[in-house]
Design a protein around this ligand. Sequence first.
Ligand code: NAD
Length: 291
Amino acid sequence: MNIGFIGLGNMGGPMAANLAAAGHAVTGFDTAGVVIEGVTPATTAAKAATGQEVVITMLPNGQILRAVADQVIPSMQAGAVLLDCSTVDVESARAVAEQAHNAGLSALDAPVSGGVGGATAGTLTFMVGGDDAGFQIASELFDIMGQKAVHCGPSGNGQAAKICNNMILGATMIVTCEAFALADKLGLDRQAMFDVVSTSSGYSWSMNAYCPAPGIGPQTPADNGYTPGFAAELMLKDLRLAQQAAESADADTPLGAAATALYKQFVEDEDGLGKDFSAMLPRFKTRGHDR
Ligand code: NAD
């Protein structure tokens, strides 16, 4: 396929490289002038998008996505697919899809889970919103960049799935960390705590697959000084998107709100910036009951 790829950062770079390595003709653009092996560089986003069957975007936020959509949609041909893999607000995803549909294009919002490791290994999970025709065309590309793609319904539903998942993840990681800190103070051994919870009703991905306690359970960022992994500031971004969506949809999400406030404090007022999101455990360990 002829593919345009806009946004060749930590995630987009390896995703574009994997598509090129699989034999697709990939033309890329990034404002930072990034060069990716196998990807033909273009001088503007519009040039990268011209004449392509699929244009993929992997950008920092909804505002930038909207600006890039304004640039690329006029140079895309009818029937082509605009495939956004960024994590953005649901409203921006739906607005860009409508703009694409009005220009005769297919549009998909397909945020990912799996991080830089998944992008590099081609094992991402895609949560996809948008039309069936676009999903059929993009499936071949999802198979190269990832291991699973779930079609979640119409435009915006991919982003909705992503923020609901990450709201659960953020709140679950916090309570897992505070439970470890409580167990420490009660004299309960961390290994015993893991052995019980990971096989009892408190189990979760945060405990079983991404245990925040060093030396316990599988190898995780906790075993590497809390180097991300999934950085606390990226978790904060997703939690804020979930709160923004909850507000616009009039949904009551008190634990999501509490998780957002805690990660905001951790990232902006404490030392959480640049640490893995599981570094909440040492944070709780140094705190007492009323602070
Ligand atoms: P990044 O900052 O490394 O990459 C973004 C790239 O977009 C940068 O290279 C930047 O120069 C480029 N860019 C910015 N404005 C542009 C424009 N107008 N035109 C062209 N290029 C432009 O970020 P990332 O880690 O690759 O994340 C990309 C998206 O994926 C984000 O929405 C993020 O939330 C999401 N995501 C990231 C991870 C992760 O672990 N990093 C995991 C899941 C989802």
